[in-house]
Write a protein that binds this ligand. Structure first.
Ligand SMILES: C[S@@+](CC[C@H](N)C(=O)[O-])C[C@H]1O[C@@H](n2cnc3c(N)ncnc32)[C@H](O)[C@@H]1O
Length: 287
């Protein structure tokens, strides 16, 4: 049973996933605001549209909109008006995003088109609109079929448009932990689970001869709670998130494999045990 759920936290246990995501975000050792704002500077200056037209942006899995709005502010420096379509299945997230937009007057030149849908539902509807920028920031772990989603994103990009995808890096310790757990306990097709990394996106682009640029940022996580003999609920949820496996603490073999790996690949900083994640942003231009 546990082996079947390895890497399947997001899809099989969405509520536990959301709780464990919150626990992970609370353990991040940097300002979330700085992380969110950093996406503005990642966008190339050359995101362009036809003169006199709105710049069209499509966000997949936009969440509560902090990262999106950093990117919207960047494109507003060069474009007078922006049309922004938001595809996000969670009603709660969309409400938070709308509140952010209402409060932030600097987004006044953006027309929002809210779509409360999963990427799968959205891409099933036939759409002719082409976008100058399509982004999916830490979302592709959640979709059913990553390849099909990348294909649909690519189809909705205008010629000269940019696709921006952020994922955990395949070269990070967290990426390596996921590959290790998959090798030892995984069942079926890894790409059908959420054990997906930026390496899979780069492979998808390589296979199609598409060139891209990438950038990486370290994100430190305080995992002290996970390593305590009697770990707290927060520690257990962080471990679920890192292993992408629901209630992993109930499965001693998987838990000890994960904890051994984490112990060997973490460092002690000011009484805190720190595990490093690497956020990789991949930007591809459609010619
Ligand atoms: C880790 S959050 C990232 C949110 C935002 N992009 C950010 O970087 O702050 C993942 C988001 O994907 C959304 N999501 C989950 N399943 C999805 C799906 N099948 N299609 C599109 N979005 C999905 C979730 O509701 C959540 O808002």
């Amino acid at each position: 049973m546990a082996a079947l759920n390895v890497g399947r936290l997001n899809r099989h246990f969405p509520e536990r996933y959301l709780e464990s995501l919150k626990a992970l975000l609370a353990a991040v050792e940097m300002s979330l605001e700085n992380y969110q704002l950093s996406y503005g500077s990642k966008l190339p200056d050359s995101v362009l549209c036809e003169p006199g037209k709105d710049l069209r942006v499509l966000g997949i899995g936009s969440g509560s909109g902090e990262v999106d709005s950093a990117m919207l502010k960047k494109v507003l420096q060069r474009h007078k008006t922006v049309y922004n379509r938001v595809v996000e299945p969670s009603g709660e997230m969309i409400e938070r995003y709308k509140t952010l937009v209402r409060k932030d007057k600097s987004l006044g030149a953006v027309t929002f088109d809210w779509r409360q849908q999963t990427a799968e539902e959205y891409f099933q509807t036939k759409e002719d609109t082409k976008f100058h920028l399509v982004h999916a920031i830490h979302v592709l772990y959640n979709v059913e079929d990553q390849d099909a989603t990348l294909r649909s994103i690519w189809e909705q990009l205008a010629g000269g448009g940019h696709m921006l995808v952020a994922m955990e890096s395949d070269t990070s310790d967290w990426g390596k932990l996921q590959y290790k757990l998959w090798d030892e306990f995984g069942q079926g097709d890894r790409l059908k689970t959420s054990f997906r990394t930026s390496g899979d996106v780069k492979q998808w682009l390589d296979a199609r001869g598409v060139s891209y640029v990438t950038s990486q940022d370290d994100i430190n996580i305080n995992i002290t709670e996970c390593l305590k003999e009697e770990s707290s609920e927060a520690g257990r949820m962080i471990l679920d998130f890192l292993t992408k496996t629901p209630f992993v603490s109930n499965y001693p073999e998987i838990k000890s494999t994960a904890l051994d790996f984490i112990r060997c690949n973490s460092s002690l900083v000011d009484d805190k045990v720190i595990f490093k994640l690497i956020n990789e942003v991949v930007i591809a231009l459609k010619k």
